[in-house]
Design a protein around this ligand. Structure first.
Ligand code: SAM
Ligand code: DTB
Ligand code: SF4
Length: 315
Protein backbone atom coordinates (compact mmCIF):
# COMPACT_ATOMS: atom_id res chain seq x y z
CA UNK A 1 0.00 0.00 0.00
CA UNK A 2 1.49 3.32 -0.99
CA UNK A 3 0.83 6.56 0.89
CA UNK A 4 -1.50 8.86 -1.03
CA UNK A 5 -2.30 12.54 -0.70
CA UNK A 6 -4.72 12.81 -3.60
CA UNK A 7 -7.77 11.16 -2.02
CA UNK A 8 -11.06 12.43 -3.39
CA UNK A 9 -14.03 13.09 -1.17
CA UNK A 10 -15.93 10.46 -3.10
CA UNK A 11 -13.33 7.77 -2.41
CA UNK A 12 -13.32 8.68 1.28
CA UNK A 13 -17.11 8.56 1.45
CA UNK A 14 -17.05 5.04 -0.05
CA UNK A 15 -14.50 3.86 2.53
CA UNK A 16 -16.34 5.48 5.46
CA UNK A 17 -19.61 3.76 4.49
CA UNK A 18 -18.12 0.30 3.80
CA UNK A 19 -19.82 -2.65 5.49
CA UNK A 20 -18.29 -2.78 8.98
CA UNK A 21 -16.30 -6.04 8.62
CA UNK A 22 -14.74 -4.85 5.34
CA UNK A 23 -13.91 -1.44 6.82
CA UNK A 24 -12.21 -2.93 9.87
CA UNK A 25 -10.39 -5.53 7.73
CA UNK A 26 -8.95 -2.85 5.44
CA UNK A 27 -7.99 -0.72 8.45
CA UNK A 28 -6.23 -3.69 10.09
CA UNK A 29 -4.35 -4.44 6.88
CA UNK A 30 -3.14 -0.83 6.66
CA UNK A 31 -2.29 -0.79 10.36
CA UNK A 32 -0.17 -3.93 10.22
CA UNK A 33 1.85 -2.65 7.31
CA UNK A 34 3.20 0.28 9.31
CA UNK A 35 2.74 -0.48 13.02
CA UNK A 36 3.00 -3.16 15.70
CA UNK A 37 -0.69 -4.08 16.22
CA UNK A 38 -0.31 -4.79 19.94
CA UNK A 39 1.41 -1.49 20.81
CA UNK A 40 -0.26 1.68 22.07
CA UNK A 41 1.57 4.94 22.64
CA UNK A 42 0.91 6.56 26.02
CA UNK A 43 0.69 10.37 25.96
CA UNK A 44 0.22 12.72 28.87
CA UNK A 45 -1.47 16.12 28.76
CA UNK A 46 -0.90 19.12 31.00
CA UNK A 47 -2.75 22.42 30.93
CA UNK A 48 0.07 24.94 31.39
CA UNK A 49 -2.23 27.99 31.09
CA UNK A 50 -5.89 27.53 31.84
CA UNK A 51 -9.08 29.41 30.98
CA UNK A 52 -9.92 32.95 29.89
CA UNK A 53 -9.43 32.22 26.19
CA UNK A 54 -10.71 34.93 23.80
CA UNK A 55 -11.82 32.35 21.18
CA UNK A 56 -15.44 31.14 21.15
CA UNK A 57 -15.02 27.41 20.36
CA UNK A 58 -18.48 26.04 21.17
CA UNK A 59 -17.13 22.90 22.85
CA UNK A 60 -14.53 24.45 25.11
CA UNK A 61 -14.57 24.87 28.89
CA UNK A 62 -11.78 27.44 28.64
CA UNK A 63 -13.46 30.02 26.40
CA UNK A 64 -14.05 33.36 28.15
CA UNK A 65 -17.33 33.61 26.20
CA UNK A 66 -19.05 31.00 28.40
CA UNK A 67 -19.61 30.54 32.14
CA UNK A 68 -18.19 27.08 32.68
CA UNK A 69 -16.75 27.27 36.18
CA UNK A 70 -13.18 26.62 34.99
CA UNK A 71 -10.89 28.89 37.04
CA UNK A 72 -8.34 30.98 35.14
CA UNK A 73 -4.75 30.17 35.91
CA UNK A 74 -1.66 31.98 34.61
CA UNK A 75 1.20 30.32 32.77
CA UNK A 76 2.85 27.72 35.02
CA UNK A 77 6.48 27.75 36.18
CA UNK A 78 8.83 25.69 33.99
CA UNK A 79 10.01 23.73 37.03
CA UNK A 80 6.46 22.47 37.80
CA UNK A 81 5.94 21.51 34.16
CA UNK A 82 9.20 19.57 33.88
CA UNK A 83 8.42 17.84 37.18
CA UNK A 84 5.01 16.75 35.80
CA UNK A 85 6.70 15.47 32.65
CA UNK A 86 9.20 13.46 34.71
CA UNK A 87 6.35 11.87 36.66
CA UNK A 88 4.51 11.09 33.42
CA UNK A 89 7.63 9.41 32.07
CA UNK A 90 7.97 7.33 35.26
CA UNK A 91 4.35 6.25 34.74
CA UNK A 92 5.10 5.04 31.20
CA UNK A 93 4.26 8.03 28.99
CA UNK A 94 6.58 8.63 26.05
CA UNK A 95 4.95 11.85 24.83
CA UNK A 96 4.18 14.96 26.86
CA UNK A 97 1.78 17.57 25.52
CA UNK A 98 1.45 21.07 26.98
CA UNK A 99 -1.80 22.90 26.26
CA UNK A 100 -2.49 26.59 26.68
CA UNK A 101 -5.80 28.46 26.39
CA UNK A 102 -4.61 31.14 24.02
CA UNK A 103 -5.86 32.39 20.66
CA UNK A 104 -2.22 32.67 19.63
CA UNK A 105 1.13 32.02 21.26
CA UNK A 106 2.39 35.14 23.08
CA UNK A 107 5.66 36.97 22.48
CA UNK A 108 8.22 38.26 24.98
CA UNK A 109 8.76 36.90 28.46
CA UNK A 110 5.96 34.31 28.25
CA UNK A 111 7.37 32.90 25.01
CA UNK A 112 10.80 32.60 26.63
CA UNK A 113 9.15 30.69 29.48
CA UNK A 114 7.60 28.33 26.92
CA UNK A 115 10.99 27.73 25.33
CA UNK A 116 12.41 26.87 28.74
CA UNK A 117 9.63 24.32 29.29
CA UNK A 118 10.24 22.74 25.89
CA UNK A 119 13.99 22.47 26.57
CA UNK A 120 13.31 20.92 29.97
CA UNK A 121 10.92 18.25 28.67
CA UNK A 122 13.08 17.50 25.61
CA UNK A 123 16.01 16.85 27.98
CA UNK A 124 13.97 13.97 29.50
CA UNK A 125 14.10 12.23 26.11
CA UNK A 126 10.35 12.35 25.69
CA UNK A 127 8.46 13.41 22.60
CA UNK A 128 7.48 16.97 23.40
CA UNK A 129 4.32 18.52 22.00
CA UNK A 130 2.67 21.91 22.50
CA UNK A 131 -0.71 23.32 21.61
CA UNK A 132 -0.72 27.08 22.06
CA UNK A 133 -3.12 28.35 19.40
CA UNK A 134 -2.04 30.19 16.24
CA UNK A 135 1.71 30.38 15.66
CA UNK A 136 3.86 32.57 13.41
CA UNK A 137 6.62 31.13 11.26
CA UNK A 138 9.25 32.71 13.49
CA UNK A 139 7.69 31.27 16.67
CA UNK A 140 7.58 27.82 15.09
CA UNK A 141 11.28 28.15 14.24
CA UNK A 142 12.20 29.11 17.81
CA UNK A 143 10.17 26.22 19.26
CA UNK A 144 11.89 23.80 16.90
CA UNK A 145 15.28 25.08 17.99
CA UNK A 146 14.31 24.53 21.65
CA UNK A 147 13.61 20.86 20.84
CA UNK A 148 9.87 20.72 20.15
CA UNK A 149 8.95 17.46 18.39
CA UNK A 150 5.28 18.07 17.60
CA UNK A 151 2.67 20.81 17.50
CA UNK A 152 -1.03 20.08 17.98
CA UNK A 153 -3.42 22.24 16.02
CA UNK A 154 -6.77 20.64 15.18
CA UNK A 155 -9.04 21.37 12.23
CA UNK A 156 -11.87 20.01 14.40
CA UNK A 157 -14.46 19.43 11.62
CA UNK A 158 -15.25 20.07 7.94
CA UNK A 159 -14.68 23.55 6.46
CA UNK A 160 -18.47 23.79 5.88
CA UNK A 161 -19.42 23.11 9.52
CA UNK A 162 -16.54 25.05 11.09
CA UNK A 163 -18.39 28.39 11.23
CA UNK A 164 -21.04 26.83 13.48
CA UNK A 165 -18.39 25.82 16.01
CA UNK A 166 -15.94 28.76 16.02
CA UNK A 167 -16.48 32.31 14.74
CA UNK A 168 -13.34 34.04 16.07
CA UNK A 169 -10.96 32.48 13.53
CA UNK A 170 -11.14 30.80 10.13
CA UNK A 171 -10.24 27.39 8.77
CA UNK A 172 -7.54 29.12 6.72
CA UNK A 173 -6.00 30.59 9.91
CA UNK A 174 -5.64 27.03 11.18
CA UNK A 175 -4.18 25.74 7.90
CA UNK A 176 -1.66 28.57 7.93
CA UNK A 177 -0.34 27.68 11.39
CA UNK A 178 -0.08 24.04 10.31
CA UNK A 179 2.01 25.21 7.32
CA UNK A 180 4.28 27.23 9.64
CA UNK A 181 4.80 24.19 11.86
CA UNK A 182 5.59 21.99 8.87
CA UNK A 183 8.02 24.54 7.44
CA UNK A 184 9.91 24.72 10.75
CA UNK A 185 10.46 20.95 10.64
CA UNK A 186 8.19 20.18 13.60
CA UNK A 187 5.87 17.18 13.18
CA UNK A 188 2.17 17.97 12.87
CA UNK A 189 -0.52 16.67 15.23
CA UNK A 190 -3.89 17.48 13.70
CA UNK A 191 -7.33 15.96 14.05
CA UNK A 192 -10.82 16.81 15.18
CA UNK A 193 -13.81 16.32 17.44
CA UNK A 194 -16.83 14.11 16.81
CA UNK A 195 -20.21 14.50 18.47
CA UNK A 196 -20.71 18.24 17.95
CA UNK A 197 -23.86 17.74 15.85
CA UNK A 198 -21.91 17.32 12.61
CA UNK A 199 -23.05 14.93 9.88
CA UNK A 200 -21.27 11.94 8.29
CA UNK A 201 -20.44 14.34 5.42
CA UNK A 202 -18.68 16.71 7.87
CA UNK A 203 -16.62 13.85 9.29
CA UNK A 204 -15.75 12.80 5.74
CA UNK A 205 -14.87 16.44 4.97
CA UNK A 206 -12.51 16.61 7.96
CA UNK A 207 -10.80 13.36 6.93
CA UNK A 208 -10.49 14.70 3.40
CA UNK A 209 -8.68 17.82 4.65
CA UNK A 210 -6.31 15.75 6.81
CA UNK A 211 -5.58 13.12 4.15
CA UNK A 212 -4.72 15.77 1.57
CA UNK A 213 -2.05 17.38 3.72
CA UNK A 214 1.34 16.45 2.27
CA UNK A 215 2.99 15.01 4.28
CA UNK A 216 0.12 13.66 6.38
CA UNK A 217 -0.01 14.79 10.01
CA UNK A 218 2.28 12.35 11.86
CA UNK A 219 -0.33 12.24 14.58
CA UNK A 220 -4.12 12.41 14.19
CA UNK A 221 -6.14 12.87 17.40
CA UNK A 222 -9.80 11.89 17.15
CA UNK A 223 -11.66 13.39 20.11
CA UNK A 224 -15.18 12.55 21.19
CA UNK A 225 -16.86 15.67 22.52
CA UNK A 226 -16.68 15.98 26.30
CA UNK A 227 -19.78 18.12 26.92
CA UNK A 228 -19.05 21.04 29.25
CA UNK A 229 -21.82 22.77 31.26
CA UNK A 230 -22.18 26.39 30.20
CA UNK A 231 -20.95 25.88 26.62
CA UNK A 232 -23.29 25.92 23.60
CA UNK A 233 -22.64 22.18 23.18
CA UNK A 234 -23.43 21.29 26.81
CA UNK A 235 -26.53 19.34 25.78
CA UNK A 236 -25.26 17.82 22.53
CA UNK A 237 -26.68 14.28 22.19
CA UNK A 238 -24.16 11.53 22.95
CA UNK A 239 -22.38 10.15 19.89
CA UNK A 240 -22.81 6.54 18.81
CA UNK A 241 -19.36 5.09 19.63
CA UNK A 242 -19.49 3.12 16.35
CA UNK A 243 -19.14 6.49 14.59
CA UNK A 244 -15.81 6.92 16.40
CA UNK A 245 -14.81 3.43 15.23
CA UNK A 246 -15.78 4.16 11.61
CA UNK A 247 -13.93 7.48 11.61
CA UNK A 248 -10.80 5.98 13.17
CA UNK A 249 -10.82 3.09 10.69
CA UNK A 250 -11.17 5.50 7.77
CA UNK A 251 -8.35 7.69 9.13
CA UNK A 252 -6.17 4.58 9.45
CA UNK A 253 -6.78 3.57 5.82
CA UNK A 254 -6.22 7.10 4.47
CA UNK A 255 -3.12 7.86 6.57
CA UNK A 256 -1.64 4.40 7.22
CA UNK A 257 1.73 5.53 8.59
CA UNK A 258 0.36 8.13 11.04
CA UNK A 259 -0.39 7.61 14.68
CA UNK A 260 -4.13 7.78 15.20
CA UNK A 261 -4.96 8.85 18.73
CA UNK A 262 -8.16 7.94 20.55
CA UNK A 263 -8.11 11.25 22.44
CA UNK A 264 -10.82 12.93 24.56
CA UNK A 265 -14.01 11.08 25.45
CA UNK A 266 -12.50 7.69 26.25
CA UNK A 267 -13.88 7.94 29.79
CA UNK A 268 -17.41 8.03 28.41
CA UNK A 269 -16.91 4.91 26.28
CA UNK A 270 -17.34 1.27 27.29
CA UNK A 271 -14.23 -0.89 27.28
CA UNK A 272 -15.77 -2.77 24.34
CA UNK A 273 -16.01 0.46 22.33
CA UNK A 274 -12.40 1.35 23.20
CA UNK A 275 -11.33 -2.13 22.10
CA UNK A 276 -13.10 -1.62 18.75
CA UNK A 277 -11.30 1.73 18.29
CA UNK A 278 -7.97 -0.04 18.88
CA UNK A 279 -8.99 -2.78 16.44
CA UNK A 280 -9.87 -0.07 13.90
CA UNK A 281 -6.31 1.25 14.05
CA UNK A 282 -6.07 3.69 16.95
CA UNK A 283 -2.58 3.26 18.40
CA UNK A 284 -2.20 6.10 20.86
CA UNK A 285 -4.14 7.27 23.93
CA UNK A 286 -3.92 9.94 26.62
CA UNK A 287 -3.26 8.43 30.01
CA UNK A 288 -3.34 9.98 33.46
CA UNK A 289 -6.30 11.09 35.56
CA UNK A 290 -6.80 14.39 33.71
CA UNK A 291 -6.95 15.63 30.12
CA UNK A 292 -6.72 19.46 30.21
CA UNK A 293 -9.72 20.46 32.33
CA UNK A 294 -11.77 17.24 32.32
CA UNK A 295 -11.24 13.81 33.89
CA UNK A 296 -9.73 10.84 32.03
CA UNK A 297 -9.95 7.12 32.91
CA UNK A 298 -7.95 5.93 35.95
CA UNK A 299 -4.46 4.67 35.04
CA UNK A 300 -5.22 1.35 36.78
CA UNK A 301 -8.29 0.82 34.59
CA UNK A 302 -6.25 1.56 31.47
CA UNK A 303 -3.59 -0.90 32.53
CA UNK A 304 -6.21 -3.58 33.17
CA UNK A 305 -7.86 -2.98 29.81
CA UNK A 306 -4.59 -3.22 27.85
CA UNK A 307 -3.61 -6.34 29.78
CA UNK A 308 -6.98 -7.97 29.10
CA UNK A 309 -6.50 -7.29 25.38
CA UNK A 310 -2.93 -8.61 25.44
CA UNK A 311 -1.68 -5.22 24.30
CA UNK A 312 1.16 -3.14 25.70
CA UNK A 313 2.44 0.41 26.03
CA UNK A 314 4.91 1.37 23.30
CA UNK A 315 8.41 2.06 24.64
N1 SAM B 1 -6.07 26.81 22.45
C1 SAM B 1 -5.39 25.92 21.63
C2 SAM B 1 -6.17 25.53 20.40
O1 SAM B 1 -7.38 25.62 20.39
O2 SAM B 1 -5.53 25.12 19.43
C3 SAM B 1 -4.93 24.65 22.33
C4 SAM B 1 -5.79 23.99 23.38
S1 SAM B 1 -7.33 23.28 22.79
C5 SAM B 1 -8.09 22.84 24.33
C6 SAM B 1 -6.83 21.75 22.00
C7 SAM B 1 -7.90 20.91 21.32
O3 SAM B 1 -8.64 20.20 22.29
C8 SAM B 1 -8.96 21.63 20.51
O4 SAM B 1 -8.52 21.93 19.24
C9 SAM B 1 -10.08 20.61 20.47
O5 SAM B 1 -9.99 19.83 19.30
C10 SAM B 1 -9.85 19.75 21.71
N2 SAM B 1 -10.93 19.95 22.70
C11 SAM B 1 -11.13 21.05 23.46
N3 SAM B 1 -12.22 20.91 24.25
C12 SAM B 1 -12.74 19.69 23.96
C13 SAM B 1 -13.90 18.99 24.42
N4 SAM B 1 -14.73 19.51 25.31
N5 SAM B 1 -14.13 17.76 23.93
C14 SAM B 1 -13.29 17.22 23.00
N6 SAM B 1 -12.20 17.85 22.52
C15 SAM B 1 -11.93 19.07 22.98
C1 DTB C 1 -6.42 16.95 21.29
O1 DTB C 1 -6.78 16.71 20.12
N1 DTB C 1 -7.07 16.59 22.36
C2 DTB C 1 -6.42 17.05 23.56
C3 DTB C 1 -5.11 17.65 22.99
N2 DTB C 1 -5.32 17.59 21.58
C4 DTB C 1 -4.65 18.98 23.43
C5 DTB C 1 -7.26 17.97 24.37
C6 DTB C 1 -8.56 17.34 24.82
C7 DTB C 1 -9.26 18.32 25.70
C8 DTB C 1 -10.47 17.72 26.32
C9 DTB C 1 -11.23 18.69 27.12
C10 DTB C 1 -10.56 19.18 28.36
O2 DTB C 1 -10.00 18.40 29.16
O3 DTB C 1 -10.66 20.39 28.62
FE1 SF4 D 1 -9.39 28.69 23.33
FE2 SF4 D 1 -8.36 26.43 22.35
FE3 SF4 D 1 -10.55 26.40 23.95
FE4 SF4 D 1 -10.75 27.36 21.50
S1 SF4 D 1 -10.23 25.23 22.07
S2 SF4 D 1 -11.57 28.32 23.36
S3 SF4 D 1 -8.76 28.30 21.22
S4 SF4 D 1 -8.50 27.00 24.53
Amino acid sequence: MQIRHDWTRDEIRKIYHLPFPELVYQAQRAHRQFHQPEEVQMCRLLSIKTGGCPEDCAYCSQSAHYKTGVAREPLMDPSGVVEAARRAKDEGATRFCMGAAWRQAPEGREFDTLLEMVRGVAALNMEVCCTLGLLTESQAGRLKEAGLTAYNHNLDTSPEFYGQIVTTRTYDDRLQTIAHVRKAGITVCCGGILGMGESDEDRIGLLHQLARLDPHPESVPINMLVPNAGTPLAAAPALDPLVMVRTIATARILMPASRVRLAAGRGEMSSEAVALCLLAGANSIFTGERLLTTPNPEPDDDERLLASLGMRAAK
